[in-house]
Write a protein that binds this ligand. Structure first.
Ligand code: GAR
Length: 197
């Protein structure tokens, strides 16, 4: 059976595009939701013929207002969305949206988690001096970039790398593993790590 996917993005939307164009098995991107009226992802959605919508996230900068998070959750539930994919959503989800979609919400992060959670993961990796970087798709829990890991992929870090060159190399891998993870989930075959705390 088909799974309706909502992609939540704040920025350029290249992962959103990859999910629309990639092989997601029985999953189909139904709508793009954004908290940023100027998100590049909105233009991409128009080009790709995918419905998109801006929803007010509340007055905070890095999280939702409780009332607004409830509105987002109700919107997605009413629409019959079965899987929520965070793709560069620069906002923490902790409340009603997480409760409504626990186990049915994924995130992509540009590091080999649990290393370098949070903002500017690529810059953190370079500053640390790692020789291998990468990306992770994981289910979302109430932590920041924590939650059971579904897929990861790695890239080498070169001496000559700047933040942007590394980010670009990681992004190529992000586009690949995100649709693979979504496909596995929609087929009921996502194998994930147990997170022990
Ligand atoms: C991607 O690199 C994604 O992994 C990252 O934002 C970028 C969005 O790019 N997400 C995070 O850092 C979340 N913690 P995109 O808008 O082109 O998909």
């Amino acid at each position: 059976m088909e799974t309706k996917i909502a992609v939540l993005a704040s920025g350029a939307g290249s992962n959103f595009k990859a999910l629309v164009e990639g092989d997601t098995g029985p999953g189909r991107v139904d709508i793009l939701l954004t908290d940023n009226e100027n998100a590049g992802a909105l233009e991409l959605a128009a080009e790709l013929g995918v419905e998109s919508k801006y929803l007010y996230p509340g007055k905070y900068r890095t999280r939702f207002g409780i009332k607004e998070e409830k509105i987002w959750a109700e919107f997605l539930l009413d629409r019959g969305v079965g899987l929520v994919c965070l793709a560069g959503l620069m906002r923490i989800i902790k409340g009603p949206l997480l409760d409504a979609f626990q186990g049915r919400m994924m995130n992509i992060h540009p590091s080999l988690l649990p290393a370098f959670p949070g903002l500017d993961a690529q810059g953190q990796a370079l500053n640390y001096g790692v020789k291998i970087a990468g990306c992770t798709v994981h289910y979302v829990d109430s932590g920041t970039d924590t939650g059971p890991i579904i897929l990861q992929n790695s890239v080498p870090v070169f001496e000559s790398d700047q933040r942007d060159s590394l980010a670009e190399r990681i992004l190529v891998k992000e586009h690949r593993i995100y649709s693979q993870a979504v496909k596995a989930h929609c087929l009921g075959r996502a194998v994930y790590s147990r997170v022990v705390r």
